[in-house]
Design a protein around this ligand. Structure first.
Ligand code: HXC
Length: 260
C-alpha cells in the first residue's frame, strides 16, 4: 500500500515502522493521516511476520498536534455528529501488538496525546511535550486530560493543561510518562527499534497476553473519562473563543478572547 502522509517500513525482521510524513505541517495529525495510520496499523497487526510496531515522526516533530486548520471552522454539531477524534481511539482499542512511540522534537496537543496512547513511550531528552490547547481556546480532546493525569499525577497535569506550558523529554522520563529519554533522536529511534526487535523475538501469544493484562490496569475508568472529555471538547466548537484562538493561529495573530 502507498500512503500520502505516512511511510511504512520494516527496519528489522519482525518490526513494523510507521513514520509520519507531513514535514511542512510539522506532522500535524489531519484526519486523512489518522485514517492512513489506522490502516497501516491494522495491516501490521494482522501480518504474520510482524511482532511489534514502532511509530515515529521526524527529528523536528513527532507531531505538532491535531490539524488546527482543519478544526478551525468546525461546528459543535459537526464535531458531535461525526464523533470527531473518535477514530483516534482505534489505536488503543484495536491494535493487539505492542506499539512503541519514538518521540522527538515537538509532541504537542494531539501529538502528545498520540504518544501517550502508545504501549511504550521513548523520547529524547530534548523532546518538547505539551498540551497547549488552552492557548487555542479549547482543551485536550484525544485523552490527554485522562492519560497525562494518570501518568504524572493530578497537580502536575492540571498545571500543564491550564497553563499550556511545555515540558521536556528529560522531565517526561523523570515523571514516568516516558519509559526512557535518550540523549539524541537517533538513539531514541534505534532504541525503539531494538526494543521492538526483542519483543518480536518472543511468543506472539505471550506478548499479546502481556499487553492485554497491563492495559487492563489502565482501562478502569479511562474509557469513560476519554468519552466525557471528547464530549466537552466537541462542545467547545460551539464557543466563540475556539474560533478566535484557532483563527489567530492560522493567521499568525494574537487572540483577543471574547470569553464566550
Ligand atoms: C496545523 C500546523 C500545526 C498544527 C504547525 N503547523 N503546527 N498546522 N496544525 N497543529 C504548521 C504551521 O502553521 C506552519 O505552516 C508549519 O506547520 C510550520 O510551523 P511554524 O509555526 O512556522 O514552525 P515554528 O515557528 O518552528 O513553531 C513550531 C511550533 C508551532 C511551536 C510547534 O508550529 C506551534 O505552536 N504549533 C501549534 C501547536 C499546537 O497548538 N498544537 C495543538 C493543536 S490543538 P505554514 O503554512 O505557515 O508554513 C490539538 C487538539 C487536540 O492538538 C485535540 C484532539 C486531538
Amino acid at each position: 500500500t502507498t500512503y500520502e502522509h505516512i511511510i511504512v517500513s520494516t527496519p528489522k525482521p519482525g518490526v513494523g515502522l510507521v513514520t509520519f510524513n507531513r514535514p511542512k505541517a510539522l506532522n500535524a495529525l489531519c484526519s486523512p493521516l489518522i485514517v492512513e495510520l489506522n490502516g497501516a496499523l491494522k495491516d501490521l497487526d494482522s501480518s504474520k511476520e510482524i511482532g511489534a510496531i514502532v511509530i515515529t515522526g521526524s527529528e523536528r516533530a513527532f507531531a505538532a498536534g491535531a490539524d488546527i486548520k482543519e478544526m478551525k471552522d468546525l461546528t459543535f454539531s459537526a464535531a458531535y455528529g461525526t464523533d470527531f477524534i473518535e477514530m483516534w481511539s482505534d489505536l488503543t482499542v484495536r491494535v493487539k501488538k505492542p506499539i512503541i512511540a519514538a518521540v522527538n522534537g515537538y509532541a504537542l496537543g494531539g501529538g502528545c496525546e498520540l504518544a501517550m496512547m502508545a504501549d511504550i513511550l521513548y523520547c529524547s531528552t530534548g523532546t518538547t511535550f505539551g498540551q497547549p490547547e488552552i492557548k487555542l481556546g479549547t482543551i485536550p480532546g484525544a485523552g490527554g486530560s485522562q492519560r497525562l493525569t494518570k501518568a504524572i499525577g493530578k497537580s502536575r497535569a492540571m498545571e500543564l493543561i491550564l497553563t499550556g506550558n511545555n515540558f521536556s523529554g528529560k522531565q517526561a522520563a523523570e515523571w514516568g510518562l516516558a519509559a526512557k529519554a535518550f540523549e539524541t533522536p537517533d538513539e531514541c529511534l534505534n532504541g525503539a527499534i531494538s526494543t521492538a526487535e526483542k519483543i518480536a523475538s518472543y511468543s506472539k501469544i505471550a506478548v499479546k497476553a502481556g499487553k492485554e493484562v497491563v492495559n487492563k490496569s489502565q482501562d478502569q475508568g479511562i474509557k469513560e473519562g476519554v468519552d466525557f472529555e471528547r464530549r466537552v471538547f466537541h462542545s467547545l466548537f460551539g464557543s466563540k473563543d475556539q474560533k478566535i484562538g484557532m483563527t489567530a493561529f492560522a493567521t499568525k495573530t494574537k487572540p483577543e478572547w471574547s470569553h464566550e
